[in-house]
Design a binder for this molecule. Sequence first.
Ligand SMILES: Cc1cc2nc3c(=O)[nH]c(=O)nc-3n(C[C@H](O)[C@H](O)[C@H](O)COP(=O)(O)OP(=O)(O)OC[C@H]3O[C@@H](n4cnc5c(N)ncnc54)[C@H](O)[C@@H]3O)c2cc1C
Length: 462
Amino acid sequence: MATQTLPAGTQGAPAQTAAQDKAPAASRREPGKTRFDVIVVGAGPAGVSAAITAAKAGLSVLILERGDYPGSKNVMGGVLYRQPTDVILPGFWREAPLERHLVEQGYWLMSERGATKFSYRGEDWDAEPYNAFTVLRARFDRWYAQQAEKAGAILVPETTVDEVLVRDGQAVGVRVGRDQGEIYANVVILADGVNSLLAKSLGLHQEWEPHTIALAVKEIIALPREKIESRFQIEGDQGVAYELLGSISKGMVGIGFLYTNKDTISIGMGCMLSDFARTGIKPYELLDQLKQHPAIKPVLAGGETREYMAHLIPEGGYNSLPKLYMGGLLVVGDAAQFVNALTREGSNMAMISGHLAAMTAIRAHQRGDFSAASMAYYRDLLENSFILQDLRRFRKIMPFVESRHELITVYPELLAELLQDFYTVDSVPKTQLFRRMMRKIRARRRWTSVLGDLWKGLRALS
Ligand SMILES: Cc1cc2nc3c(=O)[nH]c(=O)nc-3n(C[C@H](O)[C@H](O)[C@H](O)COP(=O)(O)OP(=O)(O)OC[C@H]3O[C@@H](n4cnc5c(N)ncnc54)[C@H](O)[C@@H]3O)c2cc1C
């Protein structure tokens, strides 16, 4: 992997005027010359996407990553979507280290002793260009960052950015925890993930509220390829991805997942920090219990845990957006809270927001204007994209779910009981069976409440 040291000449370089910025990007990278056009903080999907787009346009780009290598500390379920990645790197799936392409996706509503499964399997997903893939981030991120290097970006791992340098309200560079100290750029792109201490130190956001952040734990469980394929009825590089909801979160707002990789299974569970604090339940206990669930245990049987990891997910959505830009600076990906918890979208928003930030940086360089007014173009691009449109549309959903824990505690269990009754043939006439089922519904939740849940759920989506 790339350069381990910072390029000479970047240290303490003087601030450059817009007019000086007309020099070709390559000359600005030479030792002893000036600074970078763009510094990207963080080599996750958001940062690397920004770097690829900016470097392809001829800007000089420096990526600073605190991990030993990109992906070394990154966690995702992880479903990677084809279309957004294709925007950044057309045809990436032919070379990228992907696990499996998804042919089936669905939701499992988990009750204590069973699961009601809704899923879709599509033949169209089984051929190029595919719909989505499973990935292991340690492998994918590393490869993805290499594509940024191929495009001309300089990657420096093992380097933590401690501070964004600000002069007269304008970001002008960063200070890193290495000898080289200060590095300057016209545009700094903050892609430093969910905590984004840097955005916080700039006053772009306050401390995140515990009910807007989920804590997820994940295990990668090794199993022979043939076992995975027979248990999930797949072959070759086909894969499946299921989201798991219901009793498994013990009344907390949360979701689990089960995805197939080549010779491992990714299984995990995440709930809101506020719920963990309220209930005192430990995340790893939740995952251990999930692995013992009767619908899960058989598909993991004989598997060996290869990795265990934990990570935060920003789930506050539109209501928690930080300030997304200031003069000379743009915030992308998880650092900007761009996650749609309901539809399990995060990597795609990270990539496209990185791409849009790079487009803003490119335009700013063409105009020689790095002011806040110029950076505001990023917000316009986001408003016109699915990112802010979807986050705005779904902004009432999380508060709705948080206010109605019955959605998690009552309905999956009730559905399981009703289906169990329906499929049990015991010589009881159907009229009696239906009456019994109705009585069960009434006992668990009044009809008015059921209708109220439905109505409010639909309104939360409107
Ligand atoms: C358990 C789990 C499951 C998920 N499943 C899915 C899924 O299936 N599909 C999906 O689309 N999304 C999923 N997500 C969400 C997705 O992982 C994120 O939305 C996405 O990774 C965000 O990318 P990012 O580049 O913004 O941040 P990150 O991937 O977190 O990358 C940030 C990078 O910045 C680096 N960094 C941080 N601070 C500094 C600093 N000061 N200096 C230098 N470097 C720094 C970090 O080391 C890291 O490499 C999941 C998340 C979790 C936790």
